[in-house]
Design a protein around this ligand. Structure first.
Ligand code: UGA
Length: 468
């Protein structure tokens, strides 16, 4: 099938590359000439596993890049709209890019087309896209508008796309549903995973991928409700973690017991410094705004956001209670990205904390496997960047773990302790077992678990891993 994907951001680029890998002819359209030139010349703008392979496999063949939207529409049967929907000041999604794309698409309709929303958009957007296209002269018999929300996570976006838990297509006509079913047939019939050149499947992949066909409005709501519910799970467990800290319980044990209930499940119950990224904070606010417009005060979502913001403040207070004053202290920071496996720092709790610590006069040496370049663009002074976790820890007064990168969960603890000036670790992602840390000579603080001190040895008496 010939597909146009409008927008070469995270979702657009991954979707375009994956559609090409499923065997479709794809043109990715963007109005940023610089971005297009970079993509054409082989540059991969985001840190995403398997994306470089897919781009080099299909670039210039089944996957092309263009700035001519109307021409792309004319040549394609399906147009996926994956442009940005940034938040406005009041939390609503700004749909002006979606509107201007809809306007332009109308001018390129020369045969039946399915226009598919792939960006996360509020319910009723499909109705608006349709209205805008009709106002701009599109023949109602020549197009349908559908919704096909994307559930990919940054860091595992390619495998999430090719081995999804479910594919949701929201269509109000049988004709558009048939087109979308055909596009995803290699996944829903299990053919893709059998190919020798398929991207390796993750553990416990659902093959063939289940497909859920709904009305367009239901599909729009499924996306917002899914993200809001996942954010709610995280805020819920962070609130439980705070109670654990007050009463001396262990949040890991609580999660184990709660998550074992198959109706609840253990996923997305990892406590920490709160969720970040370009999706949850924005989508919870946008869903809240949609509900308000529909005359429903979804106050539960206000509380989800409040707990998330409070979680960062609690962590700051924890750093204070561990280190007393912060002015002039050398702090090692592991992790700047909003989560492991990505270079994305948008709404990163780690960046928020680094900025707060710098403001209090701390000196930061940070290490992140992928996000240091991007951090340099937003924080220019008071911070140094290291080439490894150990280099960051060298001579630091304490080590903070702010992102759940796998490599931070597997550090050589003996080496780490010998690098630190004081063996103090404040872990915002619960990557270590407190008892192991204490046995290794660390004073260790984490989230929802009691602080641990080196067995029988006061923290201040330890220097460079040895008793002073
Ligand atoms: C999220 C959703 O998981 C995807 O399904 C969705 O497609 C995407 O948003 C989107 O709407 O585009 P993503 O933002 O990439 O994906 O990241 P997540 O893995 O969901 O993590 C979000 C944040 O929650 C991170 O800061 C992470 O550290 C935090 N988190 C996650 C926790 O604090 N605890 C958890 O148990 C899980």
């Amino acid at each position: 099938m010939r597909i146009a994907v409008v927008g070469s951001g995270y979702v657009g680029l991954v979707a375009g590359a994956c559609f090409a890998d499923l065997g479709h002819e794809v043109v990715v359209v963007d109005n940023d000439e610089r971005k297009l030139a970079a993509l054409r010349s082989g540059h991969v703008p985001i840190h995403e596993k398997f994306l470089p392979e897919l781009l080099s496999r299909h670039r210039g063949q089944r996957l092309t890049f263009s700035d001519d939207l109307q021409e792309a529409v004319r040549l394609s049967s399906v147009i996926f709209v994956a442009v940005g929907t940034p938040p406005t000041g009041s939390g609503e999604a700004d749909l002006s890019y979606v509107e201007s794309v809809a306007r332009e698409i109308s001018g390129g309709i020369n045969s039946y087309k399915v226009v598919v929303e792939k960006s996360t958009v509020p319910v009723y957007t499909s109705e608006w896209v349709r209205k805008v296209m009709l106002r701009n002269g599109a023949d109602p018999a020549m197009f349908d508008v559908a919704s096909n929300p994307e559930f990919l996570r940054e860091g595992t976006a390619v495998t999430d796309f090719l081995f999804p838990d479910r594919i949701v297509i929201g269509c109000d006509s049988g004709r558009s549903a048939a087109v979308l079913r055909e596009i995803y047939a290699p996944l829903t019939e299990g053919r893709y995973s059998e190919r020798p050149d398929a991207i390796p499947q993750p553990d416990r992949a659902s093959i063939p991928a289940p497909i859920i066909v709904t009305s367009t409005k239901s599909a729009e709501l499924i996306k917002h409700a899914s993200n809001a519910f996942l954010a709610l799970k995280i805020s819920f467990i962070n609130a439980v973690a705070s109670i654990c800290e007050s009463v001396g319980a262990n949040v890991n044990q609580v999660v184990h017991g709660v998550g074992a209930d198959s109706r609840i499940g253990p996923k997305f119950l990892n406590p920490g410094i709160g969720y970040g990224g370009s999706c949850f904070p924005k989508d919870v606010a946008a869903f809240r705004a949609v509900a308000r417009e529909c005359n429903y005060e979804f106050r539960l979502l206000d509380e989800v956001t409040r707990i998330n913001e409070e979680q960062r403040q609690r962590f700051l207070r924890k750093i204070h209670s561990a280190l007393w004053t912060l002015r002039g202290k050398n702090l090692a920071v592991l992790g700047l990205a909003f989560k492991g496996g990505t270079d994305d720092i948008r709404e990163s709790p780690a960046i928020f904390l680094v900025q707060a610590l710098l403001q209090e006069g701390s000196k930061i040496t940070a290490y992140d496997p992928a996000a240091m370049e991007r951090t340099r663009e937003v924080i220019s002074s008071g911070i140094k960047f290291a080439n490894s976790a150990y280099e960051a820890a060298h001579n630091a007064d304490a080590l903070l773990i702010l992102t759940e990168w796998e490599e931070f969960a597997n550090l050589d603890l003996l080496r780490l302790r010998s690098e630190l000036k004081y063996p103090i670790v404040i872990d915002g992602r619960n990557l270590y077992d407190p008892e192991v840390m204490a046995a290794q000579g660390f004073t260790y603080y984490s989230v929802g678990r009691a602080a641990c001190h080196p067995d029988g040895v006061p923290a201040a008496a330890l220097r460079n891993g040895k008793k002073a």
